[in-house]
Design a protein around this ligand. Structure first.
Ligand code: PLP
Length: 410
């Protein structure tokens, strides 16, 4: 078995560690409190009350009422439910509006609906990842069933002005969904004032376990269930509830609310120090996304002439975890759809690394990354086929250190 290593974990937009306080609350539900919350007996009723309490906690953290929360299995299911529901509830409306930088949980659903005859307007973004709200306004039509714009981008952290977008949608009477999977727990959120109709969140991005999410459905907003079966979740999402994880989600949302100031001060300061240090100590490095309108925990930096996956491999040898913005699969070196939408130049896009922090990161960890990264980048640049003066790769080896054949010349 692999020896357990303690990672230097800078990949919190991918997933987070379960908070000890959260684990403590969910454990009894995995052991003694195993009743079905729908059962008539008192044993099940006890579990039903835990479910109700979790719903109240999530609602309190988001500024909505408990009846507006539907528990799901993940952020992806919440997004799927919102899009399919809006479409099913508005059979006469064939138009959807979304952005080119959504997570696949929205992107692929919109593409799927497009293939099935829906008309989708794909809003582009500028070089910093921002939307043109006039373009959004112009895109709305009488037959627009739904607008779906993410709250914050998972790769760059860019935050979108959902309150303004909600005003635009409301003026035209168009429903609005937001994928807030990366925003909940990192930004203060008040649904009573925001004006969105649907909002998706996911437990494992905010220190609850994987496999639990929620969808906010504004009271009065049209809704059609996506998962059919029993009458759980007041008929809005069938399937016996994952009570332990829902209890965990309730506690995690409560903790996130208590820690939101720390997220926006200490975590932000650590992120800024990391970002400044990397940009200052490594030549030909640039920030992707908007410098200010951004999640406090995220920085996405491109290192020219090197391949993100190669950087990750060397970081991994030192126990440093992060993500790259390109995937070297089947010999293809496609940068992510997000970096492409921003128009990040080829020689930068391939060497992009996303660092995403949490309240568990320390200054010492940031120091380690700042100490190690210049050497990693220098080492890779010394052998990069993309570096200045080197011949462009042309059908030779892939530019990262995997063994796939390169496509070259793109
Ligand atoms: N939306 C965004 C913005 C995400 O970052 C993610 C996960 O990375 C998801 C949706 C999907 O969430 P889940 O992993 O809970 O399905």
């Amino acid at each position: 078995m692999d020896q357990q290593i303690k990672p230097l974990y800078f990949d919190n937009n991918a997933t987070t560690r379960v908070a000890p306080e959260v684990l403590e609350e969910m454990l009894p539900v995995l052991s003694d409190l195993y009743g079905n919350p729908s059962s008539m007996h008192r044993f099940g009723g006890q579990v039903g009350r835990l479910l109700a309490r979790a719903r109240e906690r999530v609602a309190a953290g988001l500024g909505c009422s408990p009846e507006e929360i539907v528990f799901t299995s993940c952020g992806t299911e919440s997004d799927n439910t919102a899009l399919h529901s809006a479409v099913a509830a508005n059979p006469g409306k064939k138009h959807l509006v979304t952005t080119r930088v959504e997570h696949p949980a929205v992107l692929n659903v919109a593409q799927h609906l497009e293939k099935r005859g829906h008309d989708v307007t794909w809003l582009g973004v500028d070089a910093q990842g921002l939307l043109d709200l006039d373009e959004l306004r112009r895109s709305l039509r009488d037959d627009t069933a739904l607008v779906s714009v993410m709250f914050a981008n998972n790769e760059t952290g860019t935050v979108y002005p959902l309150a303004d977008i909600a005003d635009i949608c409301r003026e035209r009477g168009v429903l609005l969904h937001t994928d807030a999977v990366q925003a909940v727990g990192k930004l203060p959120l008040d649904l009573s004032a925001l004006g969105v109709d649907y909002l998706a969140l996911s437990g494992h991005k905010l220190h609850a376990p994987k496999g639990v999410g929620a969808l906010y459905v504004r009271r009065g907003a049209p809704f059609r269930p996506f998962v059919l079966g029993g009458h759980q979740e007041r008929g809005r999402r069938a399937g016996t509830e994952n009570v332990a994880s829902i209890v965990a989600l309730g506690r995690a949302v409560e903790l996130a609310a208590a820690n939101i100031d720390e997220e926006n001060t200490r975590v932000r300061a650590l992120r800024d120090r990391l970002e400044r240090g990397l940009l200052e100590s490594i030549p030909d490095a640039r920030l992707n996304g908007h410098p200010d309108r951004r999640l406090p925990n995220t920085t996405n930096i491109s290192f020219k002439y090197v391949e993100g996956e190669a950087i990750l491999l060397l970081m991994d040898e030192l126990g440093i975890c992060a993500s790259s913005g390109s995937a070297c699969t089947s010999g293809s070196l496609e940068p992510s759809h997000v970096l492409r939408a921003l128009g990040v130049p080829f020689t930068f896009a391939h060497g992009s690394i996303r660092f995403s922090l949490s309240r568990y990161n320390t200054g010492a960890e940031v120091d380690t990354v700042l100490r190690e990264m210049p050497g990693i980048i220098a080492r890779l640049r010394a052998m990069s086929p993309f570096r200045e003066g080197a011949d462009a790769p042309d059908g030779g080896a892939c530019a990262c250190s995997c063994s796939a054949p390169g496509k070259g010349g793109r």
